[in-house]
Design a protein around this ligand. Structure first.
Ligand SMILES: [Zn+2]
Length: 345
């Protein structure tokens, strides 16, 4: 089968389109095989090119976490899915036996792993996953939208709904309003009835965020975001900060955060080490929380939103598998608004 792979780490030049990989077999009776129609890229894929601490790839390593496609084979224990079903994949795999999994908190599993990072990825004609990680979606959903959906929407859902528990009327500051997680967080917050303060370095992206419901637009290249929030809220600050940028914006995030504020982070694209004044943390009674991926119940919840047409991820661009490098280039420029998708078949 064909797949977009790497066999070493480096820049875009390590990307290699292979056409000689074996079609993967089911590993067990509860697995399914999906014929991938489209895969979507996440920032994680750029990190995988360069290599991640603690992650050892087995060449040739297939990239990408997100996909939608058609069920092509099912194991003997699979009851709820059939060959021909149109599906999306939750790329977070867990052992389903540990104490956290039994509590329904699969992302906390000590053996948790992600397709494309710990398991062979989705930028391939076929991928094998546990049936528990697959849900059917309406055939009216375009393949690029289906591919763009899961990782970003699931991550944002857990951050906004389960972790920060954003309420109607609250003010929510969202950094980097062009990435998949930030845009999904914006859409979810607007459904709840929260007020969204969107941050970007591009006025054009901010205008597009406004069209999706952003209430306040902040260009981080023109203003200090923390100070601007304090000024515009009469020093009150926002209730929630949604961050996946990390180091470069941490000080501004905390400056913007009001009393009883919650900061939820799922990433550190600008660096992992941050400084927090503990005196401000306890005096303002902040909650700083981490979040990653989502559990089965959250996966069901976001797929229900997709079925209802309420959460449709913006797609920036779609490239054929033959031109997978161009998709990575587009993501690396940072000029994208929404997801970058690779059409596989
Ligand atoms: Zn587990």
């Amino acid at each position: 089968m064909r797949a977009l792979t790497i066999s070493s780490h480096g820049g875009l030049d390590v990307l290699e389109l292979r056409d000689d990989l074996p079609v993967p077999e089911l590993r067990g009776p509860s697995d399914v095989r999906v014929r991938v129609r489209a895969a979507a890229l996440n920032h994680l894929d750029l990190f995988m090119l360069g290599g991640l601490p603690g992650i050892t790839i087995k060449p040739p390593w297939t990239l990408a976490s997100d996909a939608c496609g058609i069920i092509d084979a099912v194991g003997s224990d699979v009851k709820n899915l059939a060959v021909g079903d149109y599906v999306v994949i939750n790329p977070g795999l867990s052992d389903r036996t540990c104490e956290y999994c039994r509590d329904g908190e699969q992302p906390l599993c000590p053996r948790f792993g992600i397709l494309g990072e710990h398991f062979p990825g989705t930028a391939a004609e076929f991928v094998v996953v546990p049936a528990a990680n697959v849900r059917t979606i309406p055939t009216s959903i375009p393949t690029d939208v289906g591919a763009a959906f899961t990782l970003a929407t699931l991550t944002a859902w857990r951050m906004v709904m389960s972790r920060a528990q954003v309420q109607a009327g609250e003010d929510v500051l969202i950094w980097g309003i062009s990435g998949g997680v930030a845009l999904a967080a914006l859409q979810i917050c607007k459904q709840i009835g929260a007020r969204v303060w969107a941050v970007s370095g591009s006025d054009e992206k901010l205008e597009r965020a406004k069209a999706l419901g952003a209430d306040v637009l902040l260009n981080r290249n023109q203003i200090d975001v923390g100070r601007a929030v304090r000024e515009r809220t009469g020093k009150r600050g926002v209730d929630v900060v949604v961050d996946n940028v990390g180091q470069a914006v941490w000080a501004q995030s905390l400056f913007a955060l009001g009393r009883r504020g919650r900061l939820v982070t799922c990433g550190a694209t600008t660096g992992p080490l941050v400084e927090t004044d503990v005196r401000r943390l306890f005096w303002n009674q902040w909650t700083i929380m981490g979040s990653t991926m989502g559990n089965d119940a959250e996966f069901d919840a976001v797929v229900a939103e997709l079925h209802a047409g309420r959460l449709i991820p913006p797609v920036d661009s779609t490239f054929p598998l033959d031109d997978g490098r161009a998709a990575f280039e587009r993501l690396a420029t940072g000029e994208h608004f929404g997801k970058v998708v690779i059409r596989v078949s």
